[in-house]
Design a binder for this molecule. Structure first.
Ligand code: SF4
Length: 558
């Protein structure tokens, strides 16, 4: 790679672009406001210092972002570089520059993935925005996650195991055609030469089970042949063979020489379970009524001041990672890039008292979101006549708890539970047995409490009380705008389905989506475009003024 200077825009390109776009375009306005955005030096580590000169990586990075701004395919993006005046202006190219072959974009993405460099595009835009005063420090930020479908098609169980076997056979047919011709059974050509379709399998459950056993037996025979001393050892390293091995371990077992399907309870947890042979990092998950195979993306954006709402962090995980597991990683990533807010507005899935305490202590960030109510029946009873934990008085120094009936606890013990410590408290059976208000307190012979450490316990109860106030609800309203951002990412950039297979490439797609939305928002800010408003249906418009709509959302900017 031979670095090129960030370069002036050729005078002829400027003259023609200004004549053809008297009001400018997104690409022209962004170039005028933010400059070239990326330099070749920023991507020099992705290329060998010797060899054929590469097309300018700084310009390729901008093409990737513009591609997502406009939802273009690689061919369309390469054609835009060759044919569009505003693209040539943004990239600082001469009008007669022939551009590049569309395959260059795919090669460049592979280099970005290998170097885990997808965030550089997002950071380049944020850095330019900060220099121009479009990104202020600290303030408020909001976050949410959404599901992302794998690029591979969804498969029923029979399709999944049949396709896994077919994929391994295809890979072996390339790696060792003579060997496979010898070991393949005649029936395999009939069953696995073409794509498995559910419509071709029998409908009756008993017959489907029989087909499943036949596929399991065939797969086991192939694995036995691949691992036999007579087989070339290199075949064991073929990725599709490894996928077949993992899939068979997860779905079949040998009982008295017969290959049988495992009971669903006997399979590995969702975080390890393969869902398709064509994307081995995709995982299945469920959130409320939504079931999907693939990934999850978490977006954090600025909000609440006069600058455009910009996405400051994009994190992609497999579908099984819970939201609250991501909080420390998101805060660490924001801290490293000097993008931490004062207050981080999130939904219930991200908030625990432990995370609130950690965010304050480690990052001076107030993590704000509604806490889940307590799980005991005393919390659910909905009556002021029951005694949840909050009704007890805790003396942390003396390690004693006083109950609403005026009795002191008889046991206080710290016990390790997984990665934390819990405090177990209990009262005397004698006191509780004779208690006049026992029915409001416990259904057992005595009351027992489980507490967290003092700082966590106090945050938990303060927050549960605070979130009932109108002031807190008014402050929290701002979080809903991030759902408009997710809608924008889905509709404008195709966030809902991964374009590529594997976590690393899906993550790059999401970083580019974040960068593209930021460019679109900066452009909307420059042109003074009004924020999109939540559409109100004709029926909703008839509602009485004092009646709020459940689940109403604030729309983010387009
Ligand atoms: S049941 Fe036991 S802990 Fe509860 S109020 Fe009565 S004495 Fe206190």
């Amino acid at each position: 790679m031979q670095p090129e200077g960030s370069g002036e825009i050729p005078a002829e390109t400027v003259r023609v672009a200004q004549a053809a776009f008297p009001k400018g375009s997104l690409a022209i306005r962004v170039r005028d406001e933010l400059g070239p955005l990326f330099t070749d030096e920023e991507f020099a580590d992705l290329f060998p210092s010797r060899g054929r000169p590469a097309w300018s990586p700084g310009r390729l990075a901008l093409v990737l972002v513009l591609q997502f701004v406009e939802g273009l395919t690689d061919r369309q993006a390469a054609e835009a570089v060759r044919a569009r005046i505003d693209f040539k202006y943004a990239l600082g190219l001469r009008l007669d520059d022939p551009g590049f072959d569309f395959s260059v974009l795919s090669e460049f993405r592979d280099r970005l993935v290998q170097a885990d460099a997808g965030q550089r595009m997002l950071d380049g835009i944020l850095s330019a925005a900060r220099d121009k005063g479009l990104l202020s420090g600290r303030g408020k930020a909001r976050a949410d996650s959404t599901h992302v479908l794998s690029a591979a098609r969804e498969l029923c169980w029979l399709e999944m195991v049949a396709e896994t076997l077919r994929s391994a056979l295809n890979a072996l047919a390339v790696a060792a055609p003579d060997w496979l011709s010898e070991v393949a059974e005649p029936d395999w050509f009939r069953h696995y030469a073409t794509r498995a379709e559910d419509s071709r399998f029998p409908k009756a459950p008993a017959k489907r089970e029989e087909v499943g056993r036949r596929i399991g037996t065939d797969g086991m025979r192939l694995l036995k042949a691949v691992t036999s001393p007579a087989a070339p050892t290199a075949l064991r390293a073929v990725p599709e063979v490894e996928t077949l091995r993992q899939m068979w371990v997860q779905h079949f077992h040998l009982i008295e020489g017969e290959v049988l399907r495992r009971d669903p309870k006997d399979r590995p947890p969702g975080a390890k379970r393969l869902v398709t042979p064509y994307d081995t990092e995709a995982r299945g998950s469920v959130k409320r009524d939504t079931m999907w195979d693939g990934y999850k993306v978490h977006l954090t954006e600025t909000c609440g001041d006069d600058t455009p709402d910009l996405i400051t962090n994009v994190a992609t995980t497999d579908a099984t990672v819970s939201d609250f597991d991501l909080v420390p990683a998101v805060h660490a990533a924001l801290a490293e890039r000097r993008l931490l807010p004062d207050e981080h507005l999130v939904d219930t899935g991200y908030v625990t008292a432990r995370h609130i305490v950690a965010a304050r202590r480690e990052h001076d960030v107030e993590l704000t979101g509604p806490m889940m109510p307590g799980t005991g029946w005393q919390n659910r009873a909905g009556s002021s006549e029951t005694f949840p934990v909050g009704a007890f008085t805790i003396d942390w120094d003396r390690r004693t708890v006083t109950c609403p009936g005026g009795k002191n606890s008889t046991r206080w013990a710290r016990e390790p539970v997984r990665d934390k410590v819990e405090i177990r408290v209990q009262f005397s059976k004698t006191d509780c047995g004779a208690c006049q208000v026992k029915d409001s307190c416990t259904r057992g012979p005595r009351r027992k409490l489980t507490l967290q450490d003092r700082d966590i316990h106090e945050v938990l109860h303060q927050r549960r009380a605070e979130q009932e106030t109108d002031a807190w609800k008014e402050r929290y309203k701002m979080r809903a705008g991030v759902e408009g951002t997710i809608s924008q990412a889905v509709n404008r950039c195709g966030l809902r389905r991964s374009r590529y297979r594997g976590l690393a490439k899906t993550s790059l797609q999401h970083q580019l989506t974040g960068a593209a939305i930021n460019l679109a928002r900066i452009d909307a800010h420059l042109t003074g475009a009004r924020r999109a408003r939540t559409r109100t249906s004709h029926f909703a418009a008839l509602r009485p003024a004092d009646h709020t709509i459940s689940g109403a959302k604030q729309q983010g900017p387009n």
